[in-house]
Design a protein around this ligand. Structure first.
Ligand SMILES: NC(=O)c1ccc[n+]([C@@H]2O[C@H](COP(=O)([O-])OP(=O)(O)OC[C@H]3O[C@@H](n4cnc5c(N)ncnc54)[C@H](OP(=O)(O)O)[C@@H]3O)[C@@H](O)[C@H]2O)c1
Length: 325
């Protein structure tokens, strides 16, 4: 089968399409014929060697897939060949096939294609848990979402808007700002053109935000801290700038601020929260509350170009590799 191997840490030229043996489903496993592979910012950080606990090269890139079960291992009684499924795998999502524990793949919601489904396992569940399970966002609270036009950001905006929050979102171009406005962002801010901290001050009449979802790091992180109102909560979900910043307890203390980290892996085992997230997914899709914006698709062979475009901040919504015919 074809797969994308990262030979060593580095720029996109370390990613190569290779022919490797097709894996077989072992006991209690199923094999998925992948139709669409999700690209996530974490893939870029893993390739650069800046992802905490990331894989050592050489490794098979990618960890998110949508496809069809095409082989069932010994001892598996509750899965069927031909089931349309989506999920996360440890490595090798940018491949024609992957093998995962039989209990893991989730059914693709009716009416969704493979490409839209590939936007769900990482970014939808992260958006849900960040805003609801951990963030406890309530109607009428103000939430600031950084990099709001991205794959994760575009879902955060839609969910926060649906919850009835006052949504402030940042993005680096006016086109991206227009896109998030259409998704329900009340106050899009082009943070290349204006100082977002001052804009947040103006929008909230000096009060600041109850919740901030921070995915950029660097100066954006430092200024985000200053956008919190007393008792506010900032959740660190990513560091796209690769510039992590320190947090000073002496600033948190007088304002009763909370800073939390979020990593999806730590929430996948929370059975009740995952059930709630899946139930909301179905209801929101049925009601048309949630759209998966797959704005960029590439063939598997062009995985390096797909990553380059995300890193160069040229993409909006989800970026997906189409695999097979
Ligand atoms: N903790 C978790 O479990 C988890 C799960 C999913 C995602 N994440 C994190 O969430 C963030 C978004 O992930 P995603 O996959 O949805 O990617 P994405 O948002 O589609 O792409 C990254 C975006 O970050 C913004 N950005 C700001 N500074 C940047 C810089 N120096 N270099 C590149 N981009 C920069 C860009 O938007 P603008 O040009 O508009 O600024 C860019 O489009 C990432 O930090 C990712 O690691 C974390």
């Amino acid at each position: 089968m074809k797969t994308i191997i990262v030979d060593r840490y580095g720029d996109t030229d370390v990613m190569n399409l290779q022919e490797v043996p097709t894996p077989q489903a072992g006991s209690n496993q199923v094999r998925i014929a992948i139709k669409a592979a999700g690209i996530n910012y974490a893939d870029i950080m893993q390739r650069l060697g800046s992802y905490p606990g990331g894989p050592e090269p050489p490794y098979a890139a990618g960890f998110e897939y949508a496809g069809v079960i095409d082989e069932i291992g010994e001892g598996v009684t509750d899965r069927k060949i031909g089931e349309r499924v989506m999920g996360l795998c440890k490595l090798g999502g940018y491949s024609e096939y992957t093998v995962v524990p039989a209990s893991q793949p989730l059914p693709i919601p009716e009416g969704l294609g493979f490409e839209e489904a590939a936007a769900i396992p990482c970014q939808y569940f992260t958006a849900y848990h960040v805003l609801i399970t951990l963030g406890q966002l309530q109607a009428d609270q103000t939430v600031l979402i950084q990099a709001a036009a991205g794959g994760l950001g575009s879902l955060l905006v839609q969910i926060a808007h649906h919850l009835g929050a006052n949504v402030i979102g940042t993005a680096s171009t006016s086109e991206k700002c227009e896109m998030i406005r259409e998704l329900g962002c009340d106050h899009p801010i082009n943070y290349k053109d204006v100082k977002f901290r001052e804009e947040v001050d103006r929008i909230t009449e000096g009060k600041g935000c109850e919740l901030i979802v921070e995915t950029v790091g660097g100066r954006v992180f430092d200024l985000s801290m200053r956008c919190l109102r007393p008792h506010g909560r900032l959740i660190v979900v990513g560091v796209a700038s690769n510039d992590p910043r320190p947090v000073y307890g002496s600033y948190l203390l007088p304002h009763n601020l909370t800073i939390s980290g979020f990593h999806l892996n730590g929430f996948l085992g929370n059975v009740q929260a995952m059930k709630d997230a899946i139930q909301c997914l179905h209801v929101w899709l049925e009601k048309g509350v949630l759209k998966f914006l797959v704005n960029h698709t590439f063939p598997l062979e062009e995985a390096a170009e797909a990553q380059r475009q995300i890193a160069d901040r040229k993409t909006t919504g989800k970026v997906v590799l189409k695999v097979g015919d």
